[in-house]
Design a protein around this ligand. Structure first.
Ligand SMILES: Cc1cc2nc3c(=O)[nH]c(=O)nc-3n(C[C@H](O)[C@H](O)[C@H](O)COP(=O)(O)OP(=O)(O)OC[C@H]3O[C@@H](n4cnc5c(N)ncnc54)[C@H](O)[C@@H]3O)c2cc1C
Length: 383
């Protein structure tokens, strides 16, 4: 494998480095002591990225992107992670919904929704999971019933990331309760700013409120605001979810995990009296990075991450938890009591608590193991 960058990639990297130096205050976290200032900064950051043309750089030019290659996308995400840049509020829309609009959207949807997403006018949240439907997403119960020119939506979504800051939601709802469970679903593009939508932030073990439960009571969605048509929700959402586990996200997550671990856990790991803890940290991160390179190679060749994405996700998420736990055990009582309640981890205890999401979000570890068992190891299914 050739790990070196082309002249074009290097020029891309330098351009972004210069822009970041000029635009991202190194003390941005200190400038955001509370949620209000944190949200304002995220919005401002999204706006700056959009004006400079960095938002959606991997999108096709016809939709306002600049067709960055998979390698440049990795460079972009890695640099953003290295400088600890804000992740912004509308990333579910840009990362997941946008490719689905490009494939399934009407011409009007492509023209209007993608440009509003790029400019930061619209921030989208993902309304898929429900209190009784997570891994088994197709069993969801939120109903959308035709009423004149609209659907009336009733039900509840949960774990909806940043729903309290988003003005739009891509929502998977059941439009035909009599059809087979995958066939009766439709992806709706819902306006959050209406009376039938009640957003309730959920406090997590870290103290922050990164996601919400959202209740819909006769919320309306016009017929024209379905993506891919009625009854096609499963196909559209399956396509959309394939964009959750690309190489760029894995590299970026690894850098953020490594930086946090080095900042908060390395001292504790070194206190083991030998270098073993720190060496383990480096080895685990290096192994995960090699998995991410395999995904990148596949993507450069025009392929999808497929089950490789599951293997990488399984590995980095569990490695993160192992290392955070190890750091905490070594740090002892002091490590346990320092909880900052910030939106991002700022202490060892935060890091440990925060790492819990990793084996649940984007498919739990058990679900990833099922995928690997079925699609890589070809194990027979029981039952
Ligand atoms: C940080 C974070 C952000 C999220 N953001 C969003 C969001 O923006 N929008 C959204 O819609 N959702 C979001 N989610 C929800 C996430 O998609 C679900 O939590 C996830 O799909 C798991 O569903 P569940 O929580 O209902 O658990 P369940 O599916 O009920 O699983 C419970 C347990 O059973 C196990 N299990 C389930 N099925 C199987 C099986 N077939 N074989 C073996 N074991 C199984 C699971 O592994 C788990 O241990 C987010 C979650 C997190 C942690």
């Amino acid at each position: 494998v050739d790990f070196s960058l082309t002249a074009e990639d290097l020029a891309f990297k330098q351009r972004l480095q210069v822009w970041l130096r000029e635009n991202l205050p190194v003390d941005w976290r200190a400038r955001c002591p509370d949620e209000k200032s944190w949200v304002a900064f995220q919005k401002d950051w999204d706006h700056r990225l959009a004006i400079a043309g960095w938002t959606g750089i991997w999108w096709p030019r016809e939709f306002g992107g600049s067709e960055a290659t998979p390698t440049q996308r990795v460079i972009y995400e890695e640099l953003m992670a290295e400088v600890d840049a804000p992740e912004g509020l509308g990333k579910a829309g840009r990362r997941l919904l946008a490719p689905a609009i490009m494939r399934y959207g009407t011409e009007t949807q492509k023209r209007d929704l993608l440009s509003r997403m790029l400019s930061g006018e619209d921030n989208w949240c993902q309304g898929f999971s429900e209190p009784d439907a997570g891994s088994d997403l197709a069993s969801l119960q939120t109903r959308a019933v035709r009423n004149g020119e609209d659907y009336l939506v009733n039900g509840s979504k949960i774990w909806t990331s940043y729903a309290q800051y988003c003005n739009k939601c891509f929502l998977l709802a059941r439009t035909d309760p009599n059809a087979e469970k995958h066939a009766g679903l439709t992806l709706l593009l819902l306006d959050m700013n209406q009376p039938g939508v009640d957003v309730r932030p959920i406090q997590q073990i870290t103290g922050s409120t990164g996601f919400c439960q959202v209740f819909f009571t006769d919320a309306t969605v016009p017929f024209s605001a379905t993506l891919g048509g009625e009854g096609c929700g499963w196909e559209v959402s399956s396509y959309l979810l394939t964009h959750e586990r690309g190489a760029a996200q894995v590299f970026a997550r690894l850098i953020r995990v490594e930086q946090h671990l080095r900042a908060y856990a390395a001292r504790a790991l070194e206190a083991e009296g030998e270098e073993v803890g720190v060496a383990r940290l480096s080895t685990e991160i290096a192994a995960a990075r090699l998995l991410a390179y395999r995904i990148l190679n596949t993507q450069i060749a025009g392929g999808e991450p497929g089950p490789l994405g599951s293997i990488a996700k399984l590995y980095w998420s569990e490695a993160w938890q192992r290392l955070a736990l190890q750091g905490l055990l070594v740090a002892g009582e002091q490590g346990l009591t320092e909880v900052s309640e910030a939106n991002d981890p700022a202490t060892l205890a935060d890091l440990f608590l925060y790492s819990r999401w990793a084996t649940v979000s984007s498919g739990t570890s058990e679900v990833q193991r099922n995928i690997v068992a079925k699609r890589v190891l070809k194990l027979p299914q029981s039952g």
